[in-house]
Design a binder for this molecule. Sequence first.
Ligand SMILES: [Mg+2]
Length: 391
Amino acid sequence: MSDAPDPALPSDAEAAGLRKIIHVDMDAFFASVEQRDNPELRGRPVAVGGSSGRGVVAAASYEARKFGVKSAMPSVTAKRLCPDLVFVKSRFDAYREASQQIRAVFRHHTDLVEPLSLDEAYLDVTEDRFGIGSATRIAELIRQEIRAKTKLTASAGVSYNKFLAKLASDQNKPDGLCVIRPGQGAAFVQSLPIRRFHGVGPKAEEKMKRLGIETGADLAAKEIEFLRTNFGSFADYLFRAARGIDLRPVRTHRQRKSVGGERTFSEDISSGSALRETLDRIVDIVWDRIEHNKARGRTVTLKLKFTDFQIITRAQSVSHWVEDKAEFARLGHALLEEVLPLPMPIRLMGLTLSKLDRGDGAAGDSNPDGGGPAPSDRADRDRKTAQLSLF
Ligand SMILES: [Mg+2]
């Protein structure tokens, strides 16, 4: 995993409680889109990507994978492994279109969608919008809806955290489903070869083998100090992963740093009353977006573009989250009053909320050897909760 866990973690990180997480992953996505759109490619080993000397395989169909062809492999190597390999050029418009269709299916069931790429996402379905009653059933419906809309297959993993859900989606590919229920996570993880752990690349795998770590169980048997000595900042993640623990929330807006909106006027405006009215309208629009995105921020920025195209911005930060519209409006108006009267009319006004809480602060990972309950207590609690909660 690229983001090392923060050692200074809230002790009550588990307050989030038991969650229902689905990881959906399309099967051989680019290659499947090509086989869908061109019947001649069906049943044949297909690689998306350039076949030339420096080409690289972007995606391989399952027929090609049988020969050992993999994505990121040089095309020359792929051709050597599978002489009948058919190379097709990538068509990102087609992949993006299918991607939008699957995201619409996800969003039908939950707003808590974290896309990892065009064809993969985590969903938090704890809320169970339609009262379906079981995360497994929701995952099955999602797979059916994806197939109906895109004529493509998806695999899904269902569990109580992202780490396990992602392992599960990989378990029965293609067109598969796997559920890791509360209380089963540790046992599932401990049976796995170490390379199945997300974030353990060939180098880490080699090092682990030298240290006698071949499986999740071997990893779980190591003390945290041993892991820290050998793997540095990766140790805390490994320690938790080996126990099936992962408290990272589903992050809906990874990239988003601000929420805002602006208006360009057909006529330049300069009077105080027109400016204030305009600002109110922008507040309405932007606050809708803030609520829709479940965003919370600390900084409000006003932007004005004058008729000579010069732009000025004024910003104000507060020490708490701006959580209601009245305060957002008040801060925006205070910024506007500061710059009145304007030296010349404006053609554009914008208002933005930034320094956002992206949902990864308070509910971060737990410290593996401090704070929260010991893993055995946790497993015990998982089992208890399982009785109350249908997976
Ligand atoms: Mg995929």
